[in-house]
Design a binder for this molecule. Structure first.
Ligand SMILES: CC(C)(COP(=O)(O)OP(=O)(O)OC[C@H]1O[C@@H](n2cnc3c(N)ncnc32)[C@H](O)[C@@H]1OP(=O)(O)O)[C@@H](O)C(=O)NCCC(=O)NCCS
Length: 305
């Protein structure tokens, strides 16, 4: 695939024997026509390049704290990842796209969660600068997320990578009209890209709630409940068999999510509070997959609940 010719040496070495075509939702012809002419380089972003090239774009795309993770934590994690000092921890990756002048077009920031028998890239942030929107750049990033995670999973008992997990808001979520419009648009874009929400439903009354409860990222920050969505790997979709057992997956994801937050040193009291909220949510409820557009707004939790 011509996408391979755009990869930095480090990224090309990492995804060496992985078939990128099977991991792409869109055809090679469409990629060649729309995205690739604007792409200078696709890379595994280093701490130095994140600070120099991507950080300002990341901050401008996610201007609201506490939705955004602190940049110094990100650079520190990248530095350790590149130095091989994160053994035993979920691999942390940023795949970035640069233009022909070396400027940042967009990036995907994710961890690779290692679950029993499989691995799941957990996409925290995905962004593309305005002038390169609607050119399939997000699709290029989705493909590379799966490729990088597959390479990481190979190094861990050759686990399979059935889907990407992403965090998003439900349509219409937000405190004012502008943020509600952004949330609705994100839900539309994720749905077009093939994502569905993973929710909890109570059989008796049909009510749903979200299994995603993010602990406050800093001491004193309240937990935040958004939505988890999964985007099946195009390789899995092509097999036409559903390898996602939602009940199992839901419990595995919750366990792996809080484990990775503990491993990364986020505040323990905040994690315990978020976990107890999720435990309550799970009582009498089953995991279900549903269209992102049908998700009802979850409550936003404060530390005083
Ligand atoms: C979300 C975002 C990354 C999408 O990037 P992009 O490169 O423009 O997306 P793509 O061109 O790859 O499009 C992917 C799909 O979504 C659709 N899409 C993209 N933008 C859309 C929009 N504004 N309205 C409707 N559909 C849209 C595309 O048509 C495509 O679907 P298709 O294959 O059916 O045509 C970009 O809009 C962005 O950076 N937004 C701000 C940050 C953000 O909200 N990130 C997501 C949450 S982490």
């Amino acid at each position: 695939m011509s996408l391979s010719r755009k990869l930095s040496q480090k990224l090309a070495d990492h995804v060496n024997d992985i078939d990128l075509v099977s991991l792409s939702r869109i055809s090679e012809a469409r990629l060649t026509e729309r995205a690739l002419p604007n792409v200078g380089l696709v890379e595994l972003v280093s701490a130095k390049d994140f600070a120099k090239l991507y950080d300002a774009l990341y901050i401008s795309m996610f201007p609201h704290q506490p939705e955004r993770e602190r940049s110094d934590l990100i650079t520190d994690r990248l530095q350790k990842e590149f130095a091989g000092q994160r053994r035993g921890l979920a691999p942390y990756r940023i795949v970035g796209i640069r233009d022909h002048e070396g400027k940042a077009i967009g990036a995907a920031q994710f961890s690779v969660l290692l679950l029993p028998g499989y691995a799941v890239p957990y996409l925290q942030y995905l962004y593309v600068r305005m002038e390169n929107r609607r050119q399939d750049m997000a699709e290029v990033l989705h493909t590379m997320i799966l490729a990088v995670a597959t390479a990481d999973a190979k190094a861990h008992d050759n686990r399979s990578v059935p889907f990407t997990l992403l965090e998003t808001e439900p349509a219409g979520y937000g405190k004012d009209g502008a943020s509600r419009a952004v949330a609705t648009q994100r839900a539309i874009i994720h749905t077009k890209a093939g994502a569905v929400a993973i929710m909890l439903r109570r059989e008796s009354d049909g009510t749903t709630s979200s299994p995603h409860v993010q602990p406050g990222l800093e001491i004193g920050d309240p937990p935040l409940s958004l939505v988890w969505a999964i985007r099946r790997s195009p390789a899995v979709v092509a097999q036409a068999i559903d390898v996602v057992d939602v009940e199992h997956v839901g419990q595995d994801l919750i366990a792996a999510y809080y484990q990775s937050l503990r491993d990364e040193g986020f505040p323990e009291p905040n994690i315990r509070l978020a976990e107890s909220i999720v435990r309550d949510q799970c009582r009498d409820r089953d995991f279900v997959l549903m269209p992102l557009g049908e998700v009802v707004l979850p409550k936003t939790y404060s530390l005083n609940v």
